[in-house]
Design a protein around this ligand. Sequence first.
Ligand code: PLP
Length: 387
Amino acid sequence: MQQIYLDHNATTPLRPDVLEAMLPYLHTHFGNPSSVHRTGRRAKQGLEEAREQIAACIRAKPAEVLFTSGGTESNSLALVGAARAQGPAKTHIITTPVEHSSVLACVQALSREGFSHTLLPVDAEGRIRADDLAAAVRDDTALVSIGLANPELGTLQPIAACSRLTRQRGLVLHVDAVQATGKLALDMEELGADVVSLSAHKIYGPKGIGALYVRHGTGLVPVLRGGPQEREKRAGTENVAAAVGFGIAAVLARDELAAVSARLTELTARLWTGIQASVPDVVRNTPRRQCLPNTLNLGFPGASGEGLMMGLDLAGIAVSTGSACAAGSVEPSHVLLALGHDAQTAKSAIRFSLGRDTTRQDIDRVVAVLPGIVERVRAAGQTSGRE
Ligand SMILES: Cc1ncc(COP(=O)(O)O)c(C=O)c1O
């Protein structure tokens, strides 16, 4: 059975051209980029070329791009590093309840160190308002952290409006752009954020490599300590081959962005139209505007998202019940709860996230099999409810 993979917000397959670019750095150019001999210098050259590629893709300076082990570490370094750099008088953090767990867990950890925090309200689409951010700022605010694109819903936040405010008030703004990488044009000048998290495996690059953009002049206390790598902000020998893969993946994603994004918008609309016409009582959780082109989160009242995901998996279709990190847990999605859904409704949701290889045939197959699966899962829920 041909597998249809519609879970690209969880991760993407490594592109063959990216793997090919990485291979020489796993054998021939294996040196430690901190070594001064020729082998080390050759590895360093690959690392710095990758840094330049990523910087060029986001209109930043190469010196503003630090390599990390992925989006989670970038978020951790941003939150913990920027909060600690603000000094003892600044102990308040502003974020949202719909952030990725790697942001919310850092905020929790910082509260155990004496930081307080405000969670901005979100509307029914998971979007904050810049006015609410303005109202939440206090004299002791150290940091604002807002995700650009929500991984579960695809909702985009009004970051440019937020950054105008944080700049006026002299606050550090961190933006988790992990889900926006490769799906939206990212321009650090337009975005106006001070610290931005990126990850390679969402854009057909390797897992275990990410980057943190740190605007020149932004204070950041390192979290990993040791050697002087990454401008003394992130100790540890860099993952050169993965960084090279990230650089190439970023360039390819940028070059294909307009064409891929137009295709994905059309395919996502086709998926929604097809499901809406064939499945009764489906609820759309993804906004119709200001959202990622590839993401469709739907609720199926009366069915369990886990059951639907398993039914689709048996039919050869991979989807998710929420963010990958929450999958496997029976807890309802914290994002859908923050939107005001009750636990039962939140547990009825599944997320389709399309990718550059998704075809019309894939979409039509989903639309063909989903109604029967929803019917069976709803009927099974009613039966077990009667027992
Ligand atoms: C918005 C967001 N931030 C951070 C992460 C974590 O990134 P990584 O898997 O590279 O650690 C993810 C991964 O799903 C994400 O969607």
